[in-house]
Design a binder for this molecule. Sequence first.
Ligand SMILES: *[C@@H]1O[C@H](CO)[C@@H](O)[C@H](O)[C@H]1NC(C)=O
Ligand SMILES: [Zn+2]
Ligand SMILES: [Zn+2]
Length: 168
Amino acid sequence: MYIAGLAGLGLIVLVSIYKCTSGEARLAESEQCFFCDFAHRRQGPPPILEVETDEYVIFKDKYPAARHHYLAIPKEHFDSLKALNKSHVGLVRRMEQGMMEFLRSQNVNPKEAIVGFHLPPFISVRHLHLHGIFPPADMSFGNKISFMPSFWFKKSNDAIRDLEDREL
Ligand SMILES: *[C@@H]1O[C@H](CO)[C@@H](O)[C@H](O)[C@H]1NC(C)=O
Ligand SMILES: [Zn+2]
Ligand SMILES: [Zn+2]
């Protein structure tokens, strides 16, 4: 089990790095961010925006890890959590709140859901996105590892606490 876990981890690290580098190449080619396009409705069809506010949108993940898998992304482009500082605590709190409310509207108890961010270089798309996933029991072994609190995935409440400690 331990060996399998390590092998799985190695694979995820490799896949993440691969995705990340190919993502960079794509970004450099087109100088575009397709999450920015989604958030500003410059691209359709899907994803359908389940929630839209002045600051962020929520839509279904294209590759769901479980029955419910949504992404909340800000309309303003940030590469990842690393690009944020204390001045963004409010935005991240409101994104988290929006995700929790949306999960409740889908009859999901947010306390039982996985809600958090991947950390660079383990990000698949270089535009800040908050995952909301339920039920964890649906998830494959690989996804359980990919979305477990670790140096590659941070739960939203931990992310908010970290931002509060950051400099302005
Ligand atoms: C924090 O973020 C704000 C808004 O993006 C920016 O104006 C400011 O320069 C940032 N501070 C640091 C130390 O990066
Ligand atoms: Zn973007
Ligand atoms: Zn992610």
